[in-house]
Design a protein around this ligand. Structure first.
Ligand code: PLP
Length: 369
């Protein structure tokens, strides 16, 4: 049995770059050679022409609408991905004598903390258990955080461990900085809880090569003015994301993705759909006697479902990956740092894709028990 879909596309469970909504890809295809009568592709047009003015304006205003972002915050579309933000956030927000704080929950917070340490003093306030594979988020409360800290860094969804903060830690007065690369736009969000949010685009937003930054304007204004201008958020705010040539094509596709989310009913509808998909897959794993979710129930991610074969049987996992790929269900291999299995079911994965995976897992189990 092969589970391919329209245009002979597979169900792609990649953690990122990940699948995009089919209707968005079809629109990109129809616009590709001659965008809106401009006579050229978006890839070929000046980032300062009228057509691109409208593309950028639509992307920003749709994102502001979906996330209900007030004028106190700037929205930026930047090159460099989330990894550049690991450095850019502390460069801008660190204040001498006010150590930065972090909650360590896995591979990506480790990377962020490493970069923070190149800029200044860092205190890791709480940490998930690395020996347990970061399978559970640490318990934290407001009294653990220093109100004078430069900021507190968290990762909202841990793409590799498969954990996700169901509600965000209350950290008191210090600005909360969140890496939302793998769950931005997947659920309702109160922007006012955060000083800074950033996300690499290649999971829930659009093509790789871009990061979205949502930053409280007063924080950007307070930043160290002796930084190279490129690395100051203020430069990009002043330039309206056009301090230099922005990732134009990625912004255009992101705008179409934001339109798609808005038309589906916004984040409330998205969250409901994501709950349904995750319940279906975790439910199937609960019932299975061959596979199990590695993550503590209360902390399970709606985006990255991390699982293993019983007894962590690697040969069986490899067999599953290979047979699933042949059946049109691709990219189920866990991150190279941890192995095992992972199904990433971001916004663009329709419920039909998850149903196909569940059916495949049940069949596989019958044949391999
Ligand atoms: C949570 C998280 N943060 C950061 C990154 C790094 O993103 P980038 O490759 O855009 O630098 C990833 C990539 O998968 C991620 O999942």
């Amino acid at each position: 049995m092969k589970y391919t879909t329209k245009h002979d596309r597979v169900w792609n469970f990649s953690a990122g770059p990940a699948n995009l909504p089919l209707s968005v890809l079809e629109k990109v295809q129809s616009d590709l050679l001659n965008y809106g009568g401009s006579g050229m592709s978006v890839m070929e047009m000046s980032h300062r022409c009228k057509s691109f003015d409208a593309i950028l304006e639509n992307a920003e205003s749709r994102l502001r609408k979906i996330l209900n972002i007030s004028d106190d915050y700037a929205v930026l579309f930047l090159q460099g991905g989330a990894s550049m933000q690991f450095a850019m956030a502390p460069m801008n927000l660190y204040r001498e004598g006010h150590p930065m704080e972090a909650i360590h929950t896995g591979y990506w917070t480790q990377k962020a903390i490493q970069e923070m340490k190149t800029i200044g003093e860092v205190k890791v306030v709480a940490s998930a258990d690395a020996e347990q594979g970061f399978r559970k988020l640490p318990e934290v409360n407001e009294s653990m955080f220093n109100p004078d800290a430069s900021f507190v860094h968290i990762c909202s969804n841990n793409t590799i461990a498969g954990t996700q903060w169901q509600s965000f830690p209350k950290v008191g007065k210090a600005p909360l900085v969140a890496d939302m690369s793998s769950d931005i736009l997947s659920r309702r969000l109160n922007i006012e809880e955060f000083g800074l949010i950033y996300a690499g685009a290649q999971k829930n937003i659009g093509p790789a090569g871009m990061a979205i930054v949502i930053i409280r304007k007063d924080l950007a204004e307070q930043a160290n003015k002796s930084l190279p201008t490129y690395f100051q958020y203020a430069s990009h705010i002043e330039g309206g994301s056009r301090f230099h040539t922005p990732p134009t094509f990625a912004i255009y596709v992101a705008g179409l993705v934001f339109d798609w989310i808005d038309e589906l009913g916004g984040l409330e509808a998205m969250e409901k759909l994501n709950q349904e998909k995750a319940n279906l897959l975790y439910g199937a794993l609960e019932e299975s006697s061959l596979f199990y979710s590695t993550v503590e129930k209360t902390d399970r991610s709606l985006m990255n479902v991390v699982f293993r074969a019983e007894g962590n049987n690697e040969a069986l996992e490899a067999k599953l990956i290979s047979e699933a790929t042949a059946a049109g269900l691709t990219d189920l291999k866990g991150h190279r740092s941890v192995g095992g299995l992972r199904a990433s079911i971001y916004n663009a994965m329709p419920i039909e894709g998850v149903q196909a995976l569940v059916e495949f897992l049940r069949e596989f189990e019958k044949k391999n028990h």
